[in-house]
Design a protein around this ligand. Structure first.
Ligand SMILES: NC(=O)c1ccc[n+]([C@@H]2O[C@H](COP(=O)([O-])OP(=O)(O)OC[C@H]3O[C@@H](n4cnc5c(N)ncnc54)[C@H](OP(=O)(O)O)[C@@H]3O)[C@@H](O)[C@H]2O)c1
Length: 280
């Protein structure tokens, strides 16, 4: 029984392969990747797999029984790309697809939700067994700004007092590996998020403690935050998107207290302090 993992050279995908190798034999894992030369060190079979090359996907899925479809990263193209994979999986006889969606995809104001919801619908209508992992924010999305915060003397954002239940990528990767290696998760939709919610002011306070510097949180209007991001050479469209995600965060869209992620992985999710330390 072979398990295929798409996006296996990505930051999440690599960790899933690593975690799954601890649970099942490496020869039963297939990395389905857009860039095979990046996959040499994964220690599993590698097959070329580009979501855009719909004509090749069915052949590349031969013998795969379970598939982890890691959502693509080209915003605006993903519904079509994921559909290509689901259609090929159906033709190739894949029995079960696990998909990485978005926390509260059916209720959130995050502008990322549409593509994820469309893929969830395509999956449900495909007739293939499915499990949906509605992943919350990665803590790394915020700790990536630590260098800028130290350089600028403040942690900036537009998330106000919004509580953020992020978790580390490793937590979501472990959850995916648990589901892929198990048999009891078919038809389930998991809302996955960190155990301990924090605000960006809490994050700045933790950063101040660990660095010994006074780094307050400075909340900005959405437009101002986007402009500052642009001044760091982030393309305008992406800068606007990041600022809009913080506005969603301010409305509580990154918050969840279900504890489903820690239940699934059988341990507490990674603490904010540990993620800050790792980033430093
Ligand atoms: N929950 C969150 O906070 C959060 C944050 C960011 C993204 N995400 C979503 O979660 C996914 C995984 O996160 P990540 O951090 O691992 O992202 P990542 O490091 O950007 O990895 C994305 C992976 O998707 C692969 N990919 C992109 N387009 C593809 C295509 N056309 N065909 C085949 N593979 C393709 C990439 O292949 P290459 O290695 O060849 O580039 C890469 O391996 C992202 O793609 C995105 O949908 C979630």
């Amino acid at each position: 029984m072979k398990i295929g993992i798409t996006g296996a050279t990505g930051q999440l995908g690599k960790l899933v392969v690593e975690q799954l190798k601890r649970k099942i034999a490496a020869e039963n894992i297939v990395a389905l990747v857009r860039t095979p030369e990046k996959a040499k060190d994964l220690g599993v079979e590698v097959r070329a797999f580009d979501y855009n090359k719909s004509e090749d996907l069915q052949t590349q899925l031969k013998g795969i029984e379970k598939l982890l479809l890691i959502s693509a990263n080209e915003i605006g193209q993903r519904e079509r790309q994921h559909k290509n994979v689901i259609e090929a999986a159906k033709k190739a006889g894949v029995k079960w697809i696990v998909y990485t969606s978005l926390l509260h995809a059916d209720a959130t104001t995050l502008n990322l939700a549409g593509e994820h919801l469309a893929t969830e619908k395509d999956l449900k209508e495909s007739g293939i067994d499915y499990t949906i992992l509605r992943n919350g924010w990665y803590t790394e999305n915020y700790t990536a700004s630590i260098g800028g915060a130290i350089a600028g003397g403040a942690f900036i954002g537009s998330a106000g007092d919004g509580k953020i239940s992020s978790a580390a990528r490793i937590d979501y990767a472990e959850a995916a590996a648990v589901v892929l290696a198990g048999e009891n998760y078919k038809g389930k939709v998991f809302e996955l998020a960190g155990d301990n919610a924090y605000t960006l002011a809490d994050l700045a306070a933790e950063l101040s403690t660990q660095t010994g510097k006074d780094l307050p949180y400075r909340n900005l209007q959405e437009e101002e935050y986007a402009k500052i991001l642009e001044s760091f050479n982030i393309p305008k469209g992406f800068a606007n998107a990041i600022a809009s995600w913080d506005i969603s965060a301010s409305k509580g869209d990154l918050y969840d207290d279900s504890g489903e992620l820690s239940k699934l992985i059988g341990r507490p999710t990674t603490q904010l302090a540990a993620s800050v330390k790792a980033a430093l």
